[in-house]
Design a protein around this ligand. Sequence first.
Ligand SMILES: *Cc1c(COP(=O)(O)O)cnc(C)c1O
Length: 362
Amino acid sequence: MPLPFRTAIQQIGGYVPGEQPQATGWIKLNTNENPYPPSPKVVEAIQNAATGRLNVYPDPMARSFRKAAAALFDVDPDCILPANGSDENLTILMRSFCDAGDAIVYPYPSYVLYETLAKIQGCDVRRLHLNDQLNWDAGEATDLCRSAKLTFVPNPNSPTGNCWTPDELEQLLPDDGLLILDEAYGDFANTPHRGELLKQPRFHQRMVVTRTLSKSYSLAGLRFGFSIADEQLTQGMQKVKDSYNCDAIAIAAATAAIEDQDWMLENRGRILATRQRMAAELPKLGFVALPSQANFLWTTHSSGRHKDIYEGLKQQQILVRYMQFSGKSADAEGLEGLRITVGTDAEIDRLLQALETTISRL
Ligand SMILES: *Cc1c(COP(=O)(O)O)cnc(C)c1O
């Protein structure tokens, strides 16, 4: 007997997250985590929260965090909506604005979770294919996005690491919907934004920015993200979130993390320096690495044997992300390659060694 799932759920495969081995000894360069630990102030805040009042519910509005994030982004605390990871922000957006049959657009390749979330909601998914210069055709963008409910765009993009300009982003604005600017990697960009775009008249009330503490703040294990938008949009989205979507420990930790900008910026500096070294070394092994404004590099190898290189590294307990994206049409060439997270210098030394071994055996 068939199980009584909704048709939309029966039809999707479900999002497959990157591998998360639970044993020690792995070098993880596959899911863009920060190789450095979170601020000691975060650990202290977690300890204090754990010895505090866990028998009572947390602040449903996470006011301490909202206040801290509002100060950083120079907006009103009512513009900030905390969530259990920024993937939850994306879910809240989808449930707040999209009815079944509404259209969502996203650049392709980028973060395919948008597509999964849209399909769960029964939405129409339109891919805006990127060309070899990693850009979209402006006319096609306007055509696809004009009638969309939501357009999602990571900036910097994943897996390619490039950034789009405000003028390019403007091409993605729906007429009667919203542009969702996913700034998961925003802190690694050459000129990091602090919500300035939201204040421009062309984007005000037409855009929501999402942010995560998983990457730049080294807190992927904690689960904390937030969105920044006009107060009225944020108020509406509050109706959709779980009452207590962020727990007391996460709220305390996230507040401490965002208040310790020095810690985050210091690790950012280390990561950018290592990224530069990787970008210089990888070509010596036959790779092309795209210029990146994020904490990872998109690479292709002259051999074309990306899957084998991924497997070869895995045998040496190093995980990178092998990725494959289909082309615009059945006969068009897609994109295949390896997305490699910037680790510590020691991890990248091991990676480069292991790559040399792997490639010599191809
Ligand atoms: C990592 C990532 C997120 C979500 O991160 P969370 O861990 O759920 O906060 C969102 N968008 C992109 C593009 C990402 O890479």
